[in-house]
Design a protein around this ligand. Structure first.
Ligand SMILES: *[C@@H]1O[C@H](CO)[C@@H](O)[C@H](O)[C@H]1NC(C)=O
Ligand SMILES: *[C@@H]1O[C@H](CO)[C@@H](O)[C@H](O)[C@H]1NC(C)=O
Ligand SMILES: *[C@@H]1O[C@H](CO)[C@@H](O)[C@H](O)[C@H]1NC(C)=O
Length: 298
């Protein structure tokens, strides 16, 4: 009996350490498939934040992680104040693609479009008209923070959606860890924007709040599954406990983060509202079993 307990303890010790070793073969395929959807978003974040803070991407910092995937299109250094640059730089040290690739086989970096033009187009879509001059994410702090508002939140929704579907402890531990960091990133971006919520974004005569509300509405429209995304100031019905209009965190009636399915995530990041039609940040589509299954049927 006691040797069985010793065996059990040793077994538990090793299995809890699984997360730190390559465990490609130890997690079920369905878990790996779900986590691979997120890998696409983690590549996007790593490249956008790296370029914004440093002017170069994974090709310079960690070419192994790219596995020879094509270099992103249009990334460049953003004109940032020391504080914002420091915060973005700290994000990079935590890039999630490294953690994911230590647990699932994954794939090479997909082609990413992080050009000023693609952000300009997303913002035009959010406003339903062409802004002049086109919105440039790399121009200054406020533009870069608004552009950053576009990205980690969707990753967070994906992790919340994936978590209840995971089978293995290893996958759950990984996703919990990634969700924690992703939520932190989103909260910091929202907090910095909230401080500046009444600022007018030059030269558009539009407040920071309106930018966030428009982007959130666009994501709700593209996701096609109702309201799962809220800007910085909301009507009272949507605010915390139906009481407040300030909305520093986006959460549902029970103050829980909103979940999204892989389909919804792809509709949003492709900017097409259709998981079968690539575009947006992913001109050739996202990679991994789930994303590819939609593209193949096209
Ligand atoms: C990249 O891969 C090579 C060969 O597998 C290895 O020697 C090197 O340490 C890796 N570099 C990093 C930064 O992981
Ligand atoms: C998907 O990943 C595989 C494996 O890394 C790679 O060979 C393939 O070119 C990738 N496809 C796309 C569309 O990025
Ligand atoms: C990147 O996005 C911009 C804006 O939509 C587009 O004009 C450009 O062709 C895209 N690049 C690629 C390679 O898809």
């Amino acid at each position: 009996m006691s040797s069985f307990i010793v065996f059990l303890l040793v077994f538990l010790f090793y299995s809890s350490n699984e997360i730190f070793v390559r465990s490609w073969d130890t997690i079920p395929k369905s878990d790996a498939d779900l986590i691979e959807v997120a890998l696409n978003l983690e590549y996007l974040e790593a490249e956008f934040f790296l370029y914004g803070a440093e002017g170069y991407g994974l090709d310079v910092v960690n070419p192994n992680l790219t596995e020879g995937g094509p270099s992103p299109i249009g990334g460049k250094i953003a004109d940032l104040s020391p504080l914002i640059k420091d915060i973005i730089f700290q994000y990079l040290i935590k890039f999630g693609c490294r953690a994911i690739k230590s647990t699932v086989r994954g794939f090479s970096r997909p082609l990413l479009n992080i050009s000023s033009a693609i952000f300009g187009q997303i913002i035009n879509n959010a406003f339903g008209k062409r802004l002049e001059p086109p919105f440039d994410p790399y121009a200054n702090d406020i533009n870069y923070l608004i552009a950053s508002y576009v990205i980690p939140y969707v990753g967070l929704n994906g992790y919340v959606g994936a978590n209840p579907l995971l089978q293995s402890a290893t996958a759950k531990a990984l996703v919990a860890g990634l969700l924690g960091v992703e939520s932190g990133q989103d909260a910091i971006i929202r907090g910095l924007l909230y401080e500046r919520r009444d600022e007018i974004v030059i030269p558009y005569k539009v407040s920071v709040t309106e930018f966030t509300n428009r982007i959130s509405n666009l994501r709700n429209k593209l996701g096609r599954e109702g309201i799962k995304d809220e800007g910085l100031v909301v009507p009272k019905e949507l605010g915390a406990e139906g009481e407040v209009t300030g909305n520093i965190l986006s959460a549902n009636d029970y103050s829980l983060s909103y979940p999204r399915t892989p389909k919804e995530i792809l509709r949003i990041v492709y900017g097409t509202g259709d998981e079968h039609v690539p575009g947006g940040f992913y001109p050739l589509g996202a990679n991994g079993t789930i994303a590819k299954s939609y593209l193949e049927r096209n």
